[in-house]
Design a protein. Sequence first.
Length: 251
Amino acid sequence: MEDKSFLIEGKNSVIEALKAGRPMNKIYVKKGDKAFLKRLYELARQNNVPVVEVDENYLNKLSKTKKHQGVIAQASLKPYLNLEELLAKASSKTREPFIAVLNEIEDPVNLGSILRTCDCLGVDGVIIPKRRACGVTPTVMKVSEGAGEYVDIARVTNIASTLEKLKEKGIWVIGADMDGEIYYEKDLTGPVALVVGGEDKGLGKLVKERCDFLVKIPMMGHVSSMNAAVAFAVIGYEIIRQRALKDAGKA
């Protein structure tokens, strides 16, 4: 039988999961942290989640990340959306959609960092492939510091065909690739999907061909590429900056 439980580890991650209303079975917390326990008990009571105080050895054995910070929640799996659900939610908002598309990101630290950035940027949804990519794991949620609770995630069978569907919806598909033009010299306003490739792999030939255009971050040092999570943050904030300038011009 498939295990439907999921561990959320770390103080911020558990607190944000409670605030977001994530269904939980139980929270295990290390004895003695009075200030944190008071806040945790208040939120847990509001969500009808039992809290059990245990010793640190129990948490160490239970932990998947080994960085539990004295608290682990046993929760339900975070539900994935399908593409249609994600796009429907994005289109229901007053602003133009901003979608993140992650092609074969395999490192959970990178995925967690990107989810945290997506929440900061107000990204409307994240699309990841079902195969050859990291899904939402306890490490991903821990790295995101709870931000992953607020980001809609869709898993799709094929990224290249998904990009075609996004374009059919009027969304401009922008690929982050060193063959592209300098990112801050391009118009990144309007409804957009920013596509970032996996570690050491990039976008891949077929995915690149499906993009409307490619952008790159100039490299001034000795290495020829940037960490996927950092690259997403740099270009993502340029999208937000350009949108803000465009909106200010309309005022």
